[in-house]
Write a protein that binds this ligand. Structure first.
Ligand SMILES: [Zn+2]
Length: 46
């Protein structure tokens, strides 16, 4: 998970969106998790 966070930072993204249910990193425009279909997406501003 930390590796994904670093990758997101290297991609010049200031905001990380991650599923609260399974921890999958999703695109900012995603309204639901593609992995578990949860609609509970956490948004982290870095
Ligand atoms: Zn999920």
């Amino acid at each position: 998970m930390f590796g994904r966070l670093v990758a997101a930072l290297r991609d010049d993204r200031a905001v990380v969106h991650e599923c609260r249910h399974c921890g999958t990193t999703v695109e900012p425009s995603t309204v639901g998790c593609p992995a578990c279909e949860s609609g509970d997406i956490a948004r982290y501003e870095l």
